[in-house]
Design a binder for this molecule. Structure first.
Ligand code: SAH
Length: 354
C-alpha cells in the first residue's frame, strides 16, 4: 500500500466517498505524497514522455509561431512569455534558444511560469538557469497590461475532472469509495447539474461525461488578458472536441495501470474536452487542429531533414523516430490537438486557421 492509499482510505472511512476530482487532486498534489510533489514524472526514466521531451523541433516550431504572431501584432516592446505547467522546463528552454534568432522578440519577453508544484519549480529553475523566470500559482497574478504570449503542453489533462453518469434528466457522480477496505469506484445519488444541461441533448441513460471545473476559468482569464492587451496562447493536449466516456487514465513506468493502482505514484490524466476550453471566451480562437497537421504546416519535415544532415547511426534513427512520433496519425499526430487564442480581428498565429 502506498502512503497516500492509507490517507485516502482513512479520509473516505471518516467522510464518505470522494469525487474523482478530489481523488485526482490528492493523488497529484498531496503536499507529502502527491505525484507531482514527489516524483520526476517525465523522460525515459520517468513515467511518460511529452512532445518537448521527444524532440527539440516541437519547441522550435512553437517559438517561430509565437514570434510571427508578435510581429503580426506590431512587435510590442514588452510582453509576458508565459508557460502553463512547464514540467522539466524543456519546452521553454527550446523556445528561448530558438528566439535567439529573433532577438527583438527575445528582448521583449519577460518569462512567467505557472506551476503548482514546488518540486517542479526547482527543476525548472535549473533548466532555465540562464534566464530569470517569475513563478505564479495561476493566471491572475500575471503582470497586468502586458501582451501575453502563452503556451501550454499537457497542462489541461492534469487538471482534476468530475465524472458524471447520466440517470434520466439528472447525473450521478462517479466516486472513489471503500469496499472491504479496498478503494473502489461507485456512484452518488442522482442530482441535476447546470453545467451539463446542454449534454442532455446528445447523451443517453448510462453515458459518462467528464467535466473539468478549473479549465474554463483558466482559459477565460487568459482570453481576457489576450483580448485586452494582445498576444496569443497555443494550447496542446490530447482529447477531442466534446467529451464522452471514461478517459481517466493512470500511467506508471510507461505502462497503463488501473486508476486506483498505487495512488500518488502513478500519473493521472484525462482527455481534454476542447469544446469546454473554448466556449464563451472573450477573444477569438482557431479551429481545433491535429498536432501532426500543425507541425507539418510549420515545416517540421524540412526542419527534420536539416537536422538529419548532422546525424548518423543510432542518433539518426532516434531523430527519425521522434519526427514520426510527433506527427504520425498512429502516434501523437491525431490524438493530440492544438488550439490558439488571439485577439478579435488579429491574424491567427502561423499553423492555425479560423
Ligand atoms: N508541459 C510539460 C509538462 C506537462 S505535465 C511537458 O510538456 O513536458 C503537467 C505540468 O503541469 C507539471 O509541471 C505539473 O506540476 C503542472 N501542473 C499540473 N496542475 C497544475 C495546476 N493546477 N497549476 C499549475 N501547474 C500545474
Amino acid at each position: 500500500m502506498t502512503p497516500l492509499e492509507g490517507i485516502l482510505k482513512a479520509q473516505i472511512a471518516a467522510q464518505g466517498p470522494m469525487s474523482i476530482a478530489q481523488f485526482m487532486e490528492l493523488c497529484l498534489f498531496h503536499p507529502d505524497h502527491g505525484y507531482y510533489t514527489t516524483r520526476e514524472p517525465f523522460g525515459v526514466t520517468g513515467d511518460f514522455t511529452t512532445a518537448p521531451e521527444i524532440s527539440q523541433m516541437f519547441g522550435e516550431l512553437i517559438a517561430l509561431s509565437l514570434a510571427q504572431a508578435w510581429m503580426d501584432q506590431g512587435q510590442p516592446a514588452k510582453v509576458a512569455l508565459v508557460e502553463l505547467g512547464p514540467g522539466r522546463g524543456t519546452l521553454m528552454a527550446d523556445i528561448l534558444r530558438t528566439l535567439r534568432a529573433v532577438p527583438a522578440f527575445a528582448k521583449a519577453c519577460d518569462i512567467h511560469l505557472i506551476e503548482a508544484s514546488t518540486r517542479m519549480r526547482a527543476v525548472q529553475k535549473a533548466a532555465l538557469a540562464d534566464y530569470t523566470p517569475v513563478w505564479h500559482d495561476g493566471v491572475d497574478s500575471l503582470p497586468q497590461d502586458l501582451p501575453v504570449f502563452a503556451v501550454a503542453n499537457e497542462f489541461f489533462d492534469a487538471l482534476p475532472i468530475r465524472q458524471m453518469v447520466r440517470d434520466g434528466d439528472a447525473w450521478r457522480e462517479r466516486q472513489v469509495g471503500l469496499k472491504a477496505d479496498t478503494l473502489t469506484f461507485g456512484l452518488s445519488e442522482a442530482a441535476p447539474l447546470g453545467a451539463l444541461k446542454h449534454r442532455l441533448d446528445d447523451t443517453k441513460d448510462g453515458d459518462l461525461v467528464e467535466h473539468c471545473i478549473a479549465a474554463p476559468n483558466i482559459m477565460c482569464a487568459l482570453a481576457e488578458r489576450i483580448q485586452a492587451s494582445g498576444g496569443a496562447a497555443l494550447i496542446f493536449d490530447y482529447g477531442d472536441w466534446r467529451s464522452l466516456g471514461d478517459t481517466l487514465q493512470a500511467i506508471h513506468a510507461h505502462e497503463s495501470v488501473d486508476a486506483l493502482h498505487k495512488p500518488g505514484q502513478s500519473d493521472l490524466t484525462a482527455h481534454v474536452d476542447f469544446e469546454a476550453l473554448v466556449t464563451d471566451l472573450p477573444c477569438t480562437h482557431s479551429r481545433i487542429t491535429p498536432q501532426g497537421i500543425f507541425l507539418e504546416r510549420l515545416g517540421i519535415t524540412e526542419r527534420a531533414q536539416a537536422l538529419a544532415h548532422n546525424l548518423s547511426g543510432a542518433a539518426l534513427d532516434q531523430h527519425v523516430a521522434a519526427h514520426r512520433r510527433l506527427t504520425h496519425p498512429d502516434e501523437m499526430g491525431t490524438l493530440f490537438k492544438t488550439v490558439a487564442l488571439f485577439p478579435k480581428g488579429a491574424a491567427p498565429p502561423p499553423g492555425y486557421e479560423t
